[in-house]
Design a protein. Structure first.
Length: 115
């Protein structure tokens, strides 16, 4: 099992920045990919960005140029730096971890972009 806890969400004005954190614990040795997804009200959950254990990164088009994923292996933590935020970025952001057999999700953190 892998446990994930997100933090760093909140209310920010358009054009502002936030950094989300995802702390992983448990059987993290089996995780080969981690990432961030988001779900806006009335919409399906969608990919934001993933990073593999080898360092390969895949950004959704909506995140390219504005969001940056990084990780601190010593802290078992993945970060999502979000810049130039827009109202359409408002959503619950979920951390995800994949093993060869299973996917794990954090409880999510709310990001609201509004003036």
């Amino acid at each position: 099992q892998v446990q994930l806890v997100e933090s760093g969400g909140g209310l920010v004005q358009p054009g502002g920045s936030l950094r989300l954190s995802c702390a992983a614990s448990g059987s993290i040795f089996s995780v080969y990919r981690m990432g961030w997804y988001r779900q806006a009200p009335g919409k399906q959950r969608e990919l934001v960005v993933t990073i593999t254990s080898g360092g390969s990164i895949n950004y959704a088009d909506s995140a390219k140029g504005r969001f940056t994923i990084s990780r601190d292996n010593a802290k078992n933590t993945v970060y999502l730096q979000m810049n130039s935020l827009k109202p359409e970025d408002t959503a619950v952001y979920y951390c995800n971890a994949e093993t060869p057999q299973l996917q794990f999700w954090g409880p999510g953190t709310q990001v609201t972009v509004s003036s």
